[in-house]
Design a protein around this ligand. Structure first.
Ligand SMILES: Cc1cc2nc3c(=O)[nH]c(=O)nc-3n(C[C@H](O)[C@H](O)[C@H](O)COP(=O)(O)OP(=O)(O)OC[C@H]3O[C@@H](n4cnc5c(N)ncnc54)[C@H](O)[C@@H]3O)c2cc1C
Ligand code: SF4
Length: 474
């Protein structure tokens, strides 16, 4: 049960301003100008760099000619969560990072914002650009309504399958709905995208946990095939004393509360320490500051150089005056005498070893260097755990050592032929766009399993390029 902290509150208007989308929408004139900068490259590097392989030159050309519905169709055809991805994709290392204009003119085409321009148009106008196929009499169950599940459900509905998506949460969308920072993407974009999938005839059973409310046996009896897009679990524990004191929060739980926009009831301290330095940690520090915390510190055992967060996320945190405690690790969370509330975090200085064969430097504590930082809130942001228990309960599903589902990379089929899987539970946690692509490949795999027919969706031809992509974990 969360208790409300004691920081002086910013008024609602100020907080709304702090959480307003940072990247403004393009105006019509800006969109046309930007679209006309595109060189429409043959075998475009942006299309190759996009994990869902959207035909970027094709959708940009349609914007240039004023055909926004056609443009959105190209986008959603290859990526059913194209409106979300337009806002949350790390474009610098994906499509825009590969743009030829970036080399020639030092400014890549703003692919993400153009994608947003076209997809926002059809969503605002309520236009449905994808169509369901003729019913084929077969049924598929999808566990999880995150990007992987939504994408898989979309392609299956387009092939005429009766699809039911089960999610234990009250709203569909997975982390797109509950995890993305509001200033990157309002929750409404993700729930609208799920509604678009529902309009294809996909049934959503929300507040329904598979393995608890509905058994796996029942699910198997109901459906001809099952897709597992169950994502990852709770934030990893710090495993230090004091971790369960009042005022210590899990980053995901904290961010999820912010997504409700119920500003008065979101916990926030005066001085907040966030432990971790990945993209989730960066999202947590930035959001804590924007809620009105006076001081926000990010505590990381290694140095700035090893920090796993993206450069642009780090820049945002710097602009928000976050204090970075490099080479520092927490050893205990303290409460003041006779109190169960956090009052300080005890840390130790870390020294880094020489780089190993992979170039990575390890961190080890400097004996006797402990010191206390007075704080009244601690947010744990060490990354998400794997959902081993649930996944192991599916007979025949094999997991690798770290708890990721092992699949056939072509078909996304698991060790149990009736089950297919994709998204974070398979790749260990990457980006929404990767999960979307895996859902697409799984839909083709399921179709082949059930009918023997091969189908190729837009953007499915280039295999997952996990090895080449410079994408960091959240
Ligand atoms: C804080 C944070 C910020 C992020 N920011 C970005 C970003 O800016 N850009 C980006 O591209 N990516 C970002 N990501 C990563 C991105 O959110 C994930 O890669 C993506 O959501 C994975 O999709 P998924 O469908 O595999 O899983 P999820 O989105 O996690 O969805 C899984 C769904 O399965 C449901 N579920 C699980 N088990 C069951 C069950 N037994 N029964 C019923 N339902 C179940 C869950 O409730 C959930 O809705 C972020 C992640 C985090 C944690
Ligand atoms: S989905 Fe993401 S990576 Fe792909 S073109 Fe759109 S913004 Fe770029």
């Amino acid at each position: 049960m969360m208790k409300i902290e004691t920081a002086p509150r910013l008024d609602n208007e100020q907080i709304e301003r702090n959480f307003r989308e940072i990247a403004p929408a393009l105006t019509e004139a800006e969109a046309r100008f930007e679209a006309n900068r595109c060189l429409y490259c043959y075998d475009a590097p942006c299309t190759r760099a996009c994990p869902t392989h959207i035909d970027v030159p094709a959708f940009i050309k349609k914007i240039a000619s004023g055909n926004l519905i056609g443009s959105a169709r190209v986008i959603f055809d290859a990526n059913p969560i194209g409106a979300t991805c337009a806002r949350v994709c790390p474009v610098d290392v994906l499509c825009e990072g590969a743009c030829v204009e970036g080399t020639l003119m030092e400014k890549p085409i703003e692919i993400g914002r153009l994608q947003r321009y076209a997809t926002d148009y059809v969503m605002r106008e309520g236009r449905q650009v994808l169509r369901a196929g003729e019913p084929n009499g077969k049924s598929v169950g999808v566990i999880g309504s995150g990007p992987a599940g939504l994408s898989c459900a979309t392609y299956l509905a387009r092939l005429g399958y009766a699809v039911t998506v089960y999610d234990r949460k009250p709203l569909a969308g997975g982390l797109d709905t509950y995890g993305m920072a509001e200033y990157k993407m309002p929750q409404l974009v993700s729930t609208d995208e799920a509604a678009q999938v529902e309009r294809l005839g996909v049934e959503f059973k929300l507040n329904t946990e598979i393995g608890k409310d509905i058994s796996l046996e029942e699910l198997e009896k109901t459906h001809d095939a099952i897709f597992v897009g169950a994502g990852l679990g709770a934030t990893a524990r710090l495993n230090i004393p004091g971790e369960d004191l009042e005022g210590v929060y899990d980053a995901l739980e904290f961010i999820e509360r912010i997504k409700t926009r119920d500003w008065r009831n979101i916990p926030i301290g005066r001085t907040v320490a966030v432990v971790g330095a990945g993209n989730t940690a960066i999202d947590a520090v930035t959001q804590a500051k924007r809620l009105g915390a006076e001081r926000v510190l990010m505590i990381y055992r290694r140095s700035e150089r090893e920090m796993p967060a993206y450069e642009y996320e780090y820049e945002l945190a710097k602009q928000d005056a976050i204090e970075f405690c490099w080479q520092t690790a927490p050893v205990e969370i303290l409460a003041s005498n006779g109190n169960s509330r956090v009052s300080a975090i005890r840390c130790v200085r870390m020294e880094l070893t020489e780089p190993d064969s992979t170039g990575r430097r390890s961190a080890k504590p400097v004996p006797g260097s402990e010191f206390d930082i007075p704080v009244d809130m601690v947010i744990k942001a060490l990354g998400q755990t794997k959902r081993k228990e649930f996944l192991k309960s599916i007979a025949g599903l094999e997991l690798d050592q770290s708890g990721r589902v092992i699949i056939d990379k072509e078909s996304m089929q698991t060790g149990n032929p009736k089950y297919f899987a994709g998204g974070d539970c398979v790749n260990g946690g990457r980006e929404a766009v990767d999960a979307s692509q895996m859902g697409k490949l799984a839909a083709a795999g399921i179709h082949q399993y059930l009918t023997g027919e091969r189908v190729e969706f837009a953007g499915a031809r280039i295999p997952l390029h996990e090895e080449t992509q410079d994408v960091k974990a959240h």
